[in-house]
Design a protein. Structure first.
Ligand SMILES: Cc1cc2nc3c(=O)[nH]c(=O)nc-3n(C[C@H](O)[C@H](O)[C@H](O)COP(=O)(O)OP(=O)(O)OC[C@H]3O[C@@H](n4cnc5c(N)ncnc54)[C@H](O)[C@@H]3O)c2cc1C
Length: 384
């Protein structure tokens, strides 16, 4: 029965059932082969996840942040690959188009994303610009009403797979944050190439690409927001995404805890009791932080402190708890131990993506020096 009541509880139960039925049977294979099933996007769409929390006017479901967080947690508990797909698609691909797009852009690009007919990606990171997003070098120039873009983007989730990429490029790197503009880059655009695919420690099965852009021509109608507003758009999307990534990390922490508990029961040892106790406290604390951050966002309250705190704490809890589960199985042989190892490897991504732990500490430290919580608007600095 749904303890949270109403929308959030119902969606949580639905997502949990769906994940057990649809994701549990394929999670190990995605990890082993480092490849998702070719119809993963279609499956996620059929689960109703690709429009969650987005405006109804363009095909979204309009659910609360709490509901989206609950769904991401349940998906990540079974498969980080699916959860990260949905989190990226919703919060850093669809949400900025919903917020900053023109009516035409929303019809042409957002509606297919929210109706599950297309998958979205987000391309900010570059080989020389990760945490310091303001230092990006992917460059555009205007040729009449066409932007001509050249550069390299790296570590792009679904970069070579997604139907639409929200891309960030600069007019001139010397202009810093004020030179950065966002563009909508559809798959198959001439000059766009997935130039490298990364083999990762974890999140195997989630395609991570380097994208090379050579003389990519984008009409002005595919500029998202105003010229020079790109970094503000990116940082706002990342702020929105932070609670989602925290919720994914919480799902992984929960999966790790379940493994730890199973190992402590099946292979008993005195030292496992305190590990369970510590993990339980950390798991519940992470859940409370995610809930607080999501609820604050739903109420329209300033949520930057809580979002950073939730992302920081939940991602560390995921790594630590999953690591204890690996230890608690004692022997690496056996399918349960292998599952714990996969969860541990998957957990390692969460302290990195959408702003590393050090960057969250920096954001939080800066926020806590302010006399009052900052109003919920885009940040002034260029750190993710
Ligand atoms: C699996 C995966 C998927 C990803 N998907 C996407 C995606 O879809 N789109 C996208 O745009 N990006 C994506 N990324 C990139 C991700 O956002 C970056 O890796 C992250 O922002 C860190 O950037 P970086 O790797 O360049 O590390 P760096 O910024 O070089 O940081 C290296 C280390 O230095 C620390 N550090 C950096 N600056 C400071 C500072 N000022 N103070 C203290 N410590 C500091 C960092 O915390 C980190 O520990 C993905 C990454 C991974 C691993």
């Amino acid at each position: 029965m749904a303890l949270e009541g109403d929308e959030t509880g119902a969606w949580r139960e639905r997502a949990r059932r769906w994940a057990e039925q649809e994701l549990a049977p394929i999670a190990e294979e995605m990890d082993r082969s480092d490849r998702p099933p070719s119809d993963l996007t279609r499956r996620l769409a059929s689960g109703g996840f690709l429009g969650l929390g987005q405006p109804r006017a363009w095909g979204g479901g309009g659910e609360s942040t709490r509901t989206v967080a609950a769904v991401l947690e349940e998906l990540a508990r079974v498969s980080s690959v699916a959860a990260v797909d949905v989190a990226v698609h919703l919060s850093v691909a669809a949400a900025p188009i919903a917020r900053w797009g023109t009516e035409e852009q929303r019809e042409q690009f957002l509606r297919p994303l929210l109706e599950g007919r297309a998958l979205g990606a987000f391309a900010l990171t570059e080989p020389e610009a990760g945490s310091n997003a303001a230092g990006l070098r992917c460059r555009y120039r205007w040729d009449g009403d066409t932007a001509v873009v050249d550069g390299v983007k790296t570590f792009i989730t679904n970069g070579g797979v997604a139907d639409l990429v929200v891309l960030f490029a600069t007019r001139n790197p010397t202009e810093g944050r004020g030179g950065i503009t966002a563009f909508l880059l559809p798959k198959g655009t001439l000059g766009l190439r997935a130039s490298k695919s990364f083999a990762k420690l974890g999140l195997r099965g989630s395609p991570t690409f380097e994208l090379t852009l050579e003389e990519v021509r984008l009409p002005r109608s595919q500029q998202l927001g105003a010229e020079g507003q790109g970094l503000a758009i990116a940082l706002e999307a990342l702020l929105g995404g932070r609670v989602g990534i925290a919720a994914c990390a919480l799902g992984v922490a929960r999966a790790g805890f379940e493994e730890l508990q199973a190992a402590a029961r099946e292979v008993p040892a005195d030292w496992k009791g305190p590990l369970l106790a510590r993990s339980f406290v950390e798991l519940e604390a992470a859940a409370a932080l995610v809930e607080r951050a999501a609820a604050a966002r739903d109420r329209g309250e300033p949520s930057r402190r809580l979002a950073s705190a939730a992302k920081l704490f939940a991602s560390q809890a995921a790594v630590v708890i999953a690591g204890r589960a690996v230890e608690a199985w004692e022997s690496p042989a056996g399918s349960r131990a292998a599952r714990a190892e996969r969860i541990y490897r998957d957990a390692r991504v969460y302290p990195i993506v959408e702003g590393t732990s050090e960057i969250q500490e920096m954001i939080l430290g800066r926020e806590l020096l302010r006399p009052e919580p900052a109003p919920a608007k885009v940040r002034a600095a260029g750190d993710k």
